[in-house]
Design a binder for this molecule. Structure first.
Ligand SMILES: [Zn+2]
Ligand SMILES: [Zn+2]
Length: 370
């Protein structure tokens, strides 16, 4: 009988995850099957859980095997896959991180080498998990890594707990700050100290930011941001209005504003104040507001007269994943990377993990499927 594995499947808003068993796919040439070690509950997973993200509007069929922030070991390699993306040999059992989406290689974006903008890069979510290869996300015992993937072997110094956030949150902010062209000496303002915000503090400092200012209202998150290198804090409880926060950020940023301001909250109501914190010629990096159909209100003249930019950033290039991993290796003892993931849950308790993370009891839950 064919080998089978368990996966948590998402049936739509208001319904709990259900555990189903599927046959483990045989990798086609160029593909690989990963045995998932840890799969985090990312802030973007919470959007569909809370009903803020509508999969139907996004053209995704249900049920889906979700989860995108994960890592694991090689279970089986498809024909022709003998090395990782840097040429290091790969074997069964090797610990790896990988890009969780797949640019097609044959569209206008891919032709221009803008792989992160490939419109069908999330093709693994275009069919339901009831169809082959079933294991399309991280919330399952296996993950099917399609051909033309980007994969990197993990060095021993990086534990599973440290690596779990690399392929989404950590690389996402790394890519954002590279695309936003952070320069040494810049002030970076971070709206929201969730997983992405906390990682962004370390990445910004390592890329040469002179000052990192973090805005949040939860003690544990502000404390973690401080351990990840943040210099200044604007506490939402103390500065309770946008006007007060804008004034405070300006005062902390030479009465000028941040050369880079990162939206990592995922709420359109923070966009206007974030833009007002952005220095002339500065860049507002829009990363968090992934909910299709939500609207933000802001005054466009503020962008024009200050020669400011709004830069959207979704996903990343393979080189960003490698760069972020290397940065983590270099700074592994400087920042407490293992602390981002705060609680672990077995696969069959995935609904508890989501409930507790939404209620704010935990920073980032990780599902342990095996
Ligand atoms: Zn994510
Ligand atoms: Zn493409």
């Amino acid at each position: 009988m064919a080998e089978t594995g368990k996966a948590a499947i998402w049936l739509g808003y208001g319904k709990p995850f259900e555990i189903r068993e599927y046959p483990v796919p045989d990798p086609e040439p160029g593909a690989a099957v990963i045995k998932v070690a840890l799969a985090n509950v990312c802030g973007s997973d919470l959007h569909y859980w809370k009903g803020e993200q509508d999969y139907e509007k996004m053209g995704r069929p249900l049920p889906l095997n979700t989860g995108h922030e994960h890592m694991g070991t090689i279970h089986k390699l498809g024909a022709g896959v003998t090395t990782d993306s840097t040429g290091q040999s790969l074997r069964e059992g090797d610990r790896v991180v990988y890009r969780y989406f797949n640019p097609c290689g044959r569209c206008k974006a891919c032709l221009k080498r803008n792989f992160m903008s490939c419109p069908i890069r999330q093709a693994n979510f275009l069919v339901s998990c009831e169809q082959w290869p079933h294991f399309q996300g991280g919330y399952g015992q296996y993950f099917y890594l399609r051909p033309n993937h980007a994969i990197f072997k993990l060095p021993d110094e990086i534990t599973d707990e440290m690596a779990a956030g690399v392929n989404c949150a950590f690389t996402q902010v790394y890519a954002g700050l590279e695309i936003g062209e952070l320069r040494a000496g810049d002030t970076v303002v971070i709206q929201g100290a969730g997983g992405l915000g906390v990682y962004a503090c370390a990445v910004a400092k390592e890329m040469g930011a002179a000052k990192v200012i973090v805005i949040d209202g939860v003690d544990e998150r502000l404390e973690l941001a401080s351990q990840f290198g943040a210099d200044e804090f604007v506490d939402l409880r103390e500065y309770s209005t946008p006007a007060a926060r804008i004034e405070r950020v300006k005062a902390l940023a030479d009465n000028w504003g941040g050369e880079i301001v990162m939206e990592l909250v995922g709420n359109p109501n923070v966009v206007d104040e974030g833009l007002r914190m952005t220095a002339p010629e500065g860049t507002y990096l829009e990363i968090g507001n992934i909910n299709v159909g939500w609207e933000a209100k802001f005054d466009p003249s503020w962008i024009i007269f200050g020669n400011r930019r709004i830069q959207g950033v979704a996903h990343y290039e393979a080189e960003h994943l490698k760069g972020a991993l290397d940065l983590m290796v270099r700074t592994r003892t400087k920042y407490p990377y293992h602390k981002i993931l705060s609680h672990k849950f077995p696969l069959d308790q995935i609904n508890d993990a989501f409930t507790q993370q939404v209620e704010g009891h935990i920073t980032r839950a990780a599902i342990v499927p095996n």
